[in-house]
Structures are given as C-alpha cells and as structure tokens.
Design a protein around this ligand. Structure first.
Ligand SMILES: [Zn+2]
Length: 167
C-alpha cells in the first residue's frame, strides 16, 4: 500500500521551506498575506498540514483539531527534516524532484528543447537536453547547477530522516 503524500500549507514566514517542499514534489500552498483565521480555514478545508513558526497560530491549529507542525525556524535543513518526520515520512528520494514548480506549486511537464527555446537563453537551449515547464506559470526549468544543489539537499535530508527514525 502506498500512503498518500501529505499536502502542506505554509504561512508567511516559511516561504523558503515551502519552495523546498515543492521541489521535493510535495503539494505545498504558500500564503504570504493572510490572517490566521484564513490559514486555519484553508488548511482544514483542503486537508493540508499547516506549517507555522507562530506558537499562537499553532495552538489554534491544535485546538481546532487540524493537522499542523510547529516549525522552530532553527535552520532550513532541520525544519525540513522535522516537518517530514512529523508526517511519518522516513525517506525522500530524487524521484519527486522536477515534478512541481517551486514558484507557484503548479505541475511540471517535460519539454523538448525546441519547445522551450523561446523561453530560455540561447546558450541554455544549446547546452541542455532536458527541460520542464510549469503548466500554471510557464516557467522553464532545466538541469544545471541549481539541480545539483537540490540533489545534495535531498541527500542530506534523507540521511537526517534515517537518523531521526533510528533514535
Ligand atoms: Zn509555476
């Protein structure tokens, strides 16, 4: 049986964590300007795990019987590991990467170089073979330095998750 991956709702302070969760492939809504009431309501209505560094908001999440994780903000890596382990995720891999747009949470579609050549610098189109485009905001992604850093982050998170489960 495959457990359905959790979906998340990140509050205004957690934009960077939200982008990383999207890159990992998790459906993550990020609300930059919203009242706590709205965050709570949206989280419950859409069945999302509410992520916040605000203790008062977290208390309200618990009180309302909604799912949530209080994030310490001590560091991005620690926060990601904390969020995932709290949701029963004991490992992450590279399969989910490249499935979601880090900017808008839209789904990505694989594209041929000639399909994206108007949206990227010519050099990029010449040097790369694999492209992905967001079906919502149309941003184009390609293999490169950015992805190498992301892969390193995934490995770090995976290693730390393994340790979190073992202890
Ligand atoms: Zn997008």
């Amino acid at each position: 049986m495959v457990l359905k991956a959790p979906s998340f709702l990140a509050d205004a302070m957690l934009g960077s964590v939200a982008r990383k969760l999207r890159i990992f492939g998790f459906d993550t809504l990020y609300i930059a300007h919203a009242h706590d009431d709205e965050i709570l309501k949206t989280g419950i209505e859409q069945g999302r795990v509410i992520l916040t560094a605000d203790k008062e908001l977290f208390k309200r999440v618990v009180k309302a019987g909604a799912r949530g994780v209080l994030v310490s903000g001590s560091g991005e890596l620690e926060d990601l590991v904390h969020i995932l382990s709290k949701n029963g995720i004991s490992s992450v891999d590279l399969d989910g990467i490249g499935s979601r747009c880090s900017i808008c949470n839209g789904l990505l579609e694989e594209k041929r170089p000639d399909q994206v050549k108007n949206g990227v610098p010519r050099k990029v189109a010449e040097l790369h073979r694999e492209f992905y485009q967001c079906t919502t905001c149309h941003k184009v992604y390609w293999e490169g330095g950015h992805l190498t850093r992301i892969k390193a982050l995934v490995r770090s998170v995976d290693t730390m998750l393994g340790r979190a489960v073992a202890t």
